[in-house]
Design a binder for this molecule. Structure first.
Ligand code: RAT
Ligand code: ZN
Length: 410
């Protein structure tokens, strides 16, 4: 027995590196937050080169250099916008930004010319694809076992699709996004009762894995405002009743430059103590939390050490750059062991799963390897089984456990 365990101990750093790489690159991931929709959602399911290039992360970058009035850009067709983004960021300039490198990763994976002067070849490739097979292939390449959608219960298009009785691809789980609700200024008591009933019905029909809410940097709790009332009287009781985790995404400053439309949001440093108070007052509600400001990341780790009903997840949006992902992931390993969810893709366009996960896996593998190497230097080698256990926990176990089980098993 002892011999067989010892034979698996990875005491050579070369072997350790190889095993970490292998397991991080081949373990399927459950993507805890995306804006993807399955094929059954028709036009809401975005894929292909024109959608990829008009992603809001890239339009913001292209419009810094292209020097044309915002309105002129928005008046262009999607294809013309994509052409302009390609020319600006990939032909006339070197695509060094993370979002631009993501495009290169995707093109390269499909064997397309990453130095092309126009989009002809890429367009021909994507339009030759059978969409259903393409979707399967993307999930396969990205090693993604499932994704969580962002479902707005107040969106008419989504509502019509749900009502048409579609059966949704099982790889896509729903989540109940409450931003539109919370942005409603005033709420009468009768409205509160109605809203609770509306949410109960929606939850029963669509079985979301969690409820979610994005919040501005000045989010406070408790507070004397309509949002506080909604949290106390609608959202938290609903979370309790349906045993649903509540996902809080804190620090987005919406519409900093409205002329940039979807690309116009910014960020701000938030107050993590508001989340601590929520966790303390609602110990039987499980919270998933991500903060947009780099400055909040250490505080979030410390809050998670204090509250076992708080799960930090992802390096969100403006943090999803290799240097910052590396820093945050290392900090989390040091402060939380493996009790966190290292990344979510936030993908809006199908093929983004490929690059977002390939790039994230690189940083996670490096950080994990360095942790194990340090452990080895201190006198403890790890086994392949332990690496596999850790990676599974990080890539799907923590999330699945969080959304399925109560804080304390009964
Ligand atoms: O990362 C993004 O694409 C942002 O625009 C937001 O959608 C953000 O992730 C959110 O869910 O609010
Ligand atoms: Zn998002």
């Amino acid at each position: 027995m002892v011999t067989s365990i010892e034979s698996q101990l990875l005491s050579s750093t070369t072997e350790l590196r190889a095993q970490v790489e292998l397991l991080v690159n081949s373990t399927p991931v459950m993507d805890a937050h995306t804006h993807l929709f399955p094929l059954e959602f028709n036009e809401l399911c975005l894929w292909g080169i024109d959608e990829l290039l008009t992603y809001h992360y890239l339009t913001a970058e292209a419009l810094r250099t292209a020097r044309l009035p915002y309105e002129q850009f928005w008046a262009m067709s999607k294809m013309a916008q994509a052409d302009l983004v390609w020319k600006t960021l990939f032909v006339d300039n070197t695509p060094t930004s993370e979002a631009a490198q993501g495009i290169i990763t995707v093109l390269d994976v499909f064997g397309l010319d990453t130095r092309a002067t126009n989009l002809q070849e890429a367009r021909a490739f994507f339009s030759s694809r059978n969409v259903a097979e393409h979707l399967d292939q993307v999930f396969d390449i990205a090693q993604v076992s499932g994704v969580v959608m962002t479902n707005n219960p107040f969106d008419d298009v989504e509502d019509q699709l749900w009502s048409s009785g579609i059966s949704v691809d099982r790889r896509f789980s729903s989540s109940l996004r409450l931003d539109s609700l919370v942005n409603t200024a005033e709420l009468a008591v009768s409205t509160i009762t109605r809203v609770r009933k509306f949410l109960d019905d929606w939850i029963q029909r669509h079985n979301p894995v969690y409820m979610a809410l994005s919040l501005p940097p000045d989010f406070n709790f408790p507070a004397d405002d309509a949002r506080d009332r909604l949290l106390r009287e609608v959202i938290l009781p609903t979370a309790k009743e349906h045993r649903l985790a509540l996902t809080l995404m804190v620090g987005a400053r919406r519409g900093v430059n409205p002329q940039l439309r979807e690309a116009g949001d910014g960020l701000g440093r938030a107050d993590v103590t508001a989340i601590e108070r929520l966790c303390a007052q609602y110990p039987d509600v499980k919270f998933l939390a991500t903060f947009l400001s780099r400055e909040n990341q250490h505080e979030l780790c410390i809050a998670a050490r204090k509250f076992n009903n708080l799960m930090p997840f992802g390096c969100w949006w403006f943090l999803n750059n290799p240097s910052i992902v590396s820093e945050i992931t290392r900090e989390r390993f040091e402060l939380l062991g493996q009790s966190f969810i290292p990344q979510h893709s936030d993908a809006r366009v199908l093929e983004q799963l490929i690059y977002k996960w390939q790039h994230a896996r690189r940083q996670i593998a490096d950080a994990l390897y360095d942790s194990y190497k340090q452990l080895l230097s201190r006198g403890r080698a790890v086994t392949t089984e332990e690496i596999s256990r850790d990676v599974n926990r990080l890539f799907s176990g923590n999330f699945n456990d969080w959304v399925r089980n109560p804080v304390y098993p009964v």
